[in-house]
Design a protein around this ligand. Structure first.
Ligand SMILES: Cc1cc2nc3c(=O)[nH]c(=O)nc-3n(C[C@H](O)[C@H](O)[C@H](O)COP(=O)(O)OP(=O)(O)OC[C@H]3O[C@@H](n4cnc5c(N)ncnc54)[C@H](O)[C@@H]3O)c2cc1C
Length: 427
């Protein structure tokens, strides 16, 4: 949500979804517990909740935006070949078109042609866990609220996820690929006994087998990038696949922009893999721990174990705890908070622009730094001021913070050493 907001892609999407920040555990028809602290305790962000919304809405939005540019998605067209040459990549499409480019991004999903073409190792682990996925409009006497519900029986094999509009989603662990819709619905009813549930309408029914893998390389031969499911796949638990893919894109595109248009060193592109691969590894571990906990528990408390794992790994699942670098402000996510623009309240993030770095100068400072064209400068003074941005917050005060286009802190400096920050930006 935060990343889409930076690129002005969010306002159309938000009203379509359903917000949800609690999860509860039920067993034998009885309510056991409800948790939301892992959302409420998040610092420096506005949206302290999931936005439950089908992926097709995100894709429609991105499609519409691309249609406004010269880069609309070509449907029913596949890549047939990629040759590397002295100026980059020559790609042949199934419609016969040949495209010469400096770089190529393989965002072509779990069975990636690009990954296979360049023989990037991608060893798949299959924990033999199979889920049914059912979306539909339900009728039930269960006291339903829009939250994630996990049910404890012998194991925890049913999860109930609210979705947008009238739709609800159920994940039902079947442990076999050979099952019917009726068998999956019967399992839901066993989990929520003595309550009953039936579907007025089924919108979607499918199955998926959990597969886990991490590509050995995300940046191949200095020309080819892999992003999204083409370089990391895992169980759906924690809802991190699309989110991680989008964060890959936000991490990569500004770096390409800096190298292609602003003369940054090609070394900057290497940080795509060094930053995103550990995140993807963590996502695979998190979703792997979650999915296994539904089946195995030493204490027979699968559902509660599940929620504890979510709490423990909340920074990863919400994305808000992801950082590039181990300590200090550098590499951490810029915190969002309210500041004033004269007399009106605005949020710090509303001032960021994904096409640029932002230099936030917190404090009284008369210097006018020589600023490269890829940097916006925003001064935020510590006292009420009718003609400027101001805040009483002490966070970041008397510091200059150079924020990357993807909202991570690139570097900090004292107010008299601002220019050192721009040198860092082009390295
Ligand atoms: C049941 C289920 C529930 C999920 N729930 C969530 C969730 O709650 N939250 C979340 O964040 N994620 C979720 N995910 C994961 C999410 O769907 C994926 O991680 C996401 O779709 C990956 O996006 P992608 O663009 O990398 O790949 P894809 O969505 O697979 O897109 C790849 C694209 O490349 C195209 N393509 C493939 N080969 C070629 C070729 N040779 N030439 C040209 N084009 C090609 C494909 O047609 C496709 O359009 C879920 C997944 C499943 C199955």
């Amino acid at each position: 949500m935060q990343l889409l907001e930076l690129a002005d892609l969010f306002d159309d999407l938000y009203p379509l979804g359903k917000t949800c920040n609690t999860s509860s555990v039920w067993s034998d028809g009885k309510f056991i517990s409800r948790q939301s602290t892992w959302w409420e305790e998040l610092e420096g962000c506005l949206h302290k909740h999931f936005l439950m919304l089908g992926q097709s809405n995100v894709e429609k939005l991105l499609d519409a935006k691309l249609n406004e540019t010269t880069a609309a998605v070509k449907r029913s067209t596949s890549i047939e070949n990629i040759e590397l040459n002295s100026t980059g990549c020559l790609t042949t499409l199934s419609n016969g078109e040949r495209i010469q480019s400096r770089y190529l991004i393989g965002a072509d999903g779990a069975r990636s042609f690009v990954r296979n073409h360049f023989e990037v190792p991608f060893e798949i682990t299959r924990p033999q866990i199979v889920w049914a996925v059912i979306d539909g409009i339900i009728e039930t006497d269960f006291p339903k609220v829009p939250e994630i519900i996990v049910f404890q029986a012998e194991t925890s094999d049913v999860a109930w996820i609210p979705r947008e509009g009238e739709i609800d989603r159920f994940y039902v662990r079947m442990d076999t690929k050979d099952f019917t819709l009726e068998e999956a619905i019967e399992k839901i009813n066993r989990a929520m006994h003595p309550h009953r549930l039936s579907f007025k309408e089924i919108v979607w029914f499918s199955q998926f087998s959990v597969k886990e893998s991490l590509a050995e390389e995300f940046f191949v031969q200095n020309r080819i990038f892999l992003a999204g499911d083409s370089c990391h796949i895992h169980s759906v638990n924690g809802g991190q696949g699309l989110n991680t893919g989008l964060a890959d894109a936000f991490n990569l595109i500004w770096k390409l922009n800096m190298v292609i248009n602003f003369g940054a060193s090609g070394e900057l592109l290497r940080t795509y893999e060094s930053e995103r691969k550990p995140v993807a590894r963590n996502v695979i571990e998190t979703s792997g721990e979650l999915v296994r906990s539904t089946k195995y528990s030493d204490t027979g408390t699968h559902a509660e174990d599940y929620v504890k794992i979510v709490e423990k790994r909340a920074g990863n699942i919400t994305g808000m705890g992801i950082r590039y670098g181990s300590e200090g402000l550098q590499g951490s996510r810029l915190h969002d908070f309210e500041i004033f623009d004269g007399t009106s309240k605005v949020r710090l993030y509303s001032l960021l622009d994904y096409t640029k770095f932002t230099l936030l100068v917190f404090g009284d400072c008369e210097l006018t730094p020589r600023v490269p064209e890829f940097v916006n400068v925003i001064r935020i003074v510590p006292e009420k001021n009718a003609n400027s941005f101001w805040t009483e917050s002490r966070q970041y005060m008397n510091q200059a913070i150079l924020v990357r286009p993807d909202s991570y802190i690139h570097g900090t400096a004292s107010l008299d050493k601002l220019e050192s920050l721009f040198e860092m930006a082009t390295v």
